[in-house]
Structures are given as C-alpha cells and as structure tokens.
Design a protein around this ligand. Structure first.
Ligand code: FE2
Length: 434
C-alpha cells in the first residue's frame, strides 16, 4: 500500500526561485533562504519519496477567472514551468503520477469533495519556486509530482476547516492506493504578506511564529480562524496559509517537527518546516470496504454493453487526441485542419493509430480508443456530417437503417454553426441557393 512518509511546508514567494536561478547563495541578503532549505534537501535525499502530493495555488497564470475552481487535482503525465510574463524558468519538466492522481481523485469525489481535474497546464511559481530550492533538478527531477491547486484568489474560497477535512480525506485516499508508493505531502503558501492595496508590505512576525507553533501542535485551533481573521493577522494574500491545513489534515494528530525556519527578507515571511507522523498509517483493515465505497457508483457498468464511461484514466491516456479534436472549435485550427488534415495531425503529435482513426472517420474506433463523443461531434461539424451519421456508424448500421428506428427519420442535425453552409443531408436546406 502507499504510505505517507512525511510532510514539508514552505512559502512559495517568487523570491525563492529568483535566488536559485541567479545563484545568490553567497549574497548575505539571500543566504538565509538557502540555509533554510538545506534540511529539506537532506530530508528528501534521505527519505526518497516516490511522489510529492504538492498543494499550491496558481497566481492567475494557468487558472484564470474564466473558469475558477476550488480544489483542482492534476492528473497529467508531466508538468512544465509556466511563463509568467517573460518566458518560463529554465527548469526541466517533472513527471506526474496519473495513476495515483486518478485514485486520489476517485476517493475524494466519493468522500463528497467536488473536485476539479486538470492536465496540460503549466505550473507557476506557486509550485516551482520552492521546489527548485528543495532538490537538484539539472539532470531531471528525482521524484514525481501530483499537484493539488487550491483556488484562494477569488472569493468565496474554501475555509481553513474545509482544507483540514480535505487533508484527512487525502490521507485515506493515499493510504488506500494498493501500490507500494512512498508519498510526501508538500504544502506551500504564506506566511504573512499582502501585495495589493494601501496595506501592501504588511507583515507580522509574531503571528507567523504563532502560526508555525499552531500548525504543529494545535491545527484544529487554526480551523476555527476565518479568512478575514487570517487576512487581519497575516495579510490578505497571507491567508493562503489555509493550504498548510490540507497537509496537516493528512497527518496524524501527533507529529514530530524535524525542522523549522523563518526569514523575512522583504515582502513575505519565508518559512519552511518538516513533519513526520508519530503514528503509522490509519490503523485497522479499513481499505477493502473503503475501496468498495469508492467504486460503488460505477459498479456493474461493465455489464451495460456498448457503453464506455469517460473516466480520469481515459482522459489522461487520450488527452492528446481529445485536445486535438476539441481545438477544432478554434477557427485558425479548424482552417489548418481543413487545408491539410495530415499535416495538422502531425503538428499535434498524434500517433499513427490516432491519425488513422481520425482520417477514416472511425467513430466507433475513436470511442473505443478513448475519445469523448463531444469532441467527435465537433469533428463531424467540421467535415459536414450529422450526429446521426456518427450514431449509425457506432452502432454498425447503415445510416438509412438507423434512421428508420427514429420516430422522425428525417430529423438529422449537428452542432454546425454559421460556417457550415448548405448541408447535403439537411432536407430543409434552401434549394437552388448558389
Ligand atoms: Fe500564493
């Protein structure tokens, strides 16, 4: 079974990554940052986790206000450093762990956390700034990463209590993963700082030190603190320390603090901590009934023939081809596809199997492969076919035969819009139009 071997907590100010990239370890202004992270580097080198479950928040880089979510779990196969305004940092991509992420996602949803899931999005300084100070990466990162992005920048925001409860559920999710994987939880964010308005530059060192005590010894007391109180005590943006409660909820009540450091160089109190669980994994033989509960909603679906639920596993495995077909909603991509399908698919990196499925309009094959029906109807609209053509093909029937099974056999339709023009299968089209 998977095991939580310990937890790290760290601020995630861009200061840290800036100091790493410019190697400021000999500069007295910056040296305390490197000193604070040295024990984390040693701990990671000694404990050798296979995966970091990495709690962070994006800073309106990859998660914008067009679709903002509370708890978003990364199910992707690898993660790139984001461009935050002048190109990405020179960091290698880090491997994801889609299988563990899928399991955690299923468990958290079964525990009634309405999770969001993401892939293909680069991670900003909230993730990579402290990560680059914790371990050497020049020859590739020595660990896989499952990011958990928390939406703390647009209210309503989850409460500290909700974060703590999510952490407790996270522990059950990880400790029920039936593969021997060593997991370290990493919480990022804080400590005191405010970066907007007349109060920007606010810090409170005493509160930061009290927070570090409470997170170790009495995290439940922190779950009673409101977001306004966190903002008053540690600055509005400092209220992101609620993410530490996810980490703390994933640990038992009693923890050993192996290291703690605090340094306030400029705008943000930079804190780090290492915790190890005093007691082993959740006791008892609870995993079997727990996993039965997690899988209960789709239990028996395999007996429903011709039916393929689109799961996180499918989504992760088939992201490339689904992304390609989805992007046909973008006029430029659509034009490129229409001009030369093969070239467009080559640029998108589709495999020969994927190219063959799309080229042959093998709708049934695409469903079996892992495409979502709802990207197939976009392709149909681009190539001038109706949804009924897809349904008939998936059923293995000639179109005319399938249409005879409908109450209104002449009712063909698609999601086609203004570009579609005269569709030969649309009997109501205006005849004689040029
Ligand atoms: Fe942040």
């Amino acid at each position: 079974m998977a095991k939580i071997i310990g937890a790290l907590a760290t601020s995630h100010t861009p200061t840290i990554g800036f100091a790493v990239d410019r190697d400021k370890r000999s500069d007295p202004d910056w040296a305390p940052i490197f000193a604070a992270y040295e024990p984390l580097r040693e701990w990671l080198g000694r404990a050798r986790p296979d995966v970091l479950l990495y709690v962070y928040n994006d800073h309106v880089t990859s998660f914008f206000f067009d679709h903002y979510s509370m708890f978003a779990l990364g199910i992707g196969t690898s993660w790139e450093s984001a461009d935050e305004g002048s190109g990405p940092r020179n960091l290698p991509s880090i491997a994801g762990h889609p299988e563990l992420a899928q399991h955690i996602g299923a468990c958290l949803v079964a525990e009634e956390f309405d999770m969001a899931f993401f892939q293909g999005k680069p991670l900003d300084h909230g993730c990579f700034s402290p990560l680059s100070a914790m371990m050497d990466y020049v020859n590739g990162w020595p660990v896989a990463l499952v990011p958990l992005q928390v939406g703390v920048l647009q209210f309503p925001v989850p409460s500290a209590s909700r974060c703590y409860k999510l952490g407790a559920a996270l522990r059950r999710a990880i400790e029920s993963y039936p593969v021997d994987v060593r997991v370290a939880i990493v919480a990022t964010g804080g400590l005191s700082h405010q970066v907007h308005g007349e109060r920007s530059g606010y810090n409170d060192v005493d509160w930061d030190r009290r927070f570090l005590e409470l997170i170790e010894k009495d995290p439940v007391a922190l779950t009673r603190v409101t977001l306004a109180e966190f903002a008053k005590l540690g600055g509005m943006e400092g209220a992101e320390v609620i993410m530490w409660l996810i980490m703390r909820g994933a640990l038992p009540a009693a923890v050993k603090c192996m290291h703690k450091a605090y340094y306030l160089p400029s705008m943000t109190g930079i804190a780090v901590a290492i915790f190890e669980p005093e007691s082993p994994a959740c006791p008892g033989n609870w995993q079997q009934p727990y996993l039965e509960g997690v899988s209960s909603q789709l239990k028996g679906i395999e007996e429903v023939s011709g039916t393929y639920p689109f799961t996180l596993a499918t989504s992760s495995r088939c992201y490339r081809v689904n992304r390609f077909l989805h992007d046909l909603i973008i006029p430029e991509k659509r034009a490129t596809f229409r001009a030369n399908e093969r070239a467009a698919m080559a640029v998108a990196g589709l495999t020969s199997e994927e190219v063959a499925l799309v080229s042959q309009r093998d709708w049934r094959g695409l469903i079996h492969y892992g495409a979502s029906f709802f990207v197939l109807e976009k392709l149909a609209a681009v190539v001038g076919m109706s949804n009924l053509h897809i349904y008939a093909h998936m059923r293995g029937e000639p179109l005319e035969q399938f249409l005879k099974t409908r109450n209104a056999p002449g009712a063909l339709y698609s999601v086609a819009g203004t570009e579609s023009g005269d569709l030969e299968w649309d009997k109501s089209r205006p005849h004689g139009r040029p």
